[in-house]
Design a protein around this ligand. Structure first.
Ligand SMILES: [Ca+2]
Ligand SMILES: [Ca+2]
Ligand SMILES: [Ca+2]
Length: 241
């Protein structure tokens, strides 16, 4: 009887998580439907609809628009709309001992069922501008019992520009799985110039570069293989690519 009760409670606890499984693709989190968050030092953002900000770290990713306050760090526009009214998430790294040094902020996705998604992968845009940028990594795990493993990064730049990263699951342990979860992990640098932002995070078929007129190609930044996952990086140069 006791075991049955405990099992019932366990299954009840699982239900909300599995109801968050997404199986319609392409999927994109552009943050436009999210409520903006307060953005002071150490601000908390617990209103995200499908993604989540764990409380086991130091900082939260904050939904914001139009720039992050401090000079010479953070984006001034989002990536989706390219305007000051478009939303993104960022980590506020102001305040010694609160935003830095080496403060961690995780951003966790819902579960994705990619069993029917060919050439599945993750695409996202990041903006890492500031002389004391920290380090961004991307991780993935399979199922509730899985362990997050690095699939991309470390990314560390000081560039006032949105950059695209594509991570392909083809040939990796994530290919064809019914419950893949992605986590972005940022650890701030040594001062306030470390506001990093994310936007337009997609789970979709990742098609490697296709022949297009040379003039339309974004700047090629690099390619790497990390844990069996091919990583393509671009720097956005031409609007619309
Ligand atoms: Ca957090
Ligand atoms: Ca700041
Ligand atoms: Ca956006």
């Amino acid at each position: 009887m006791k075991k049955t009760l405990m099992l019932s409670i366990f299954l009840y606890c699982l239900t909300p998580v599995f109801s968050q499984t997404i199986s319609t693709f392409p999927y994109t989190q552009d943050f436009e439907a999210e409520a903006t968050c307060s953005t002071g030092c150490g601000a908390v953002c617990n209103t995200l609809l499908t993604w989540s900000n764990p409380t086991t770290d130091d900082l939260d990713w904050l939904v914001d628009v139009g720039g992050t306050g401090s000079s010479a760090t953070g984006p001034s526009v989002d990536h989706t709309l390219g305007s000051a009214s478009g939303k993104y998430v960022y980590v506020e790294t102001s305040c010694d001992g609160t935003g830095y040094s080496y403060k961690r902020a995780d951003l966790v996705s819902p579960y994705f069922n990619i069993t029917a998604l060919p050439l599945a992968g993750v695409e996202f845009w990041y903006h890492a501008y500031g002389t004391t940028q920290g380090v961004l990594n991307v991780e993935a795990k399979i199922g509730m019992q899985g362990t997050f493993v690095n699939i991309g990064g470390p990314y560390q730049d000081d560039l006032d520009e949105w950059q695209k990263v594509e991570l392909m699951f083809v040939g990796s342990i994530y290919e064809g799985q019914d419950s893949v979860q992605v986590r972005f992990v940022y650890v701030s640098g040594t001062s306030f110039g470390g506001d990093i932002a994310l936007d337009d995070i997609s789970i979709k078929s990742i098609v490697p570069l296709v022949p297009v007129p040379l003039a339309n190609w974004p700047i090629w930044v690099g390619i790497a293989a990390i844990g069996g996952i091919l990583v393509f990086r671009y720097r956005r140069k031409i609007v619309g690519l």
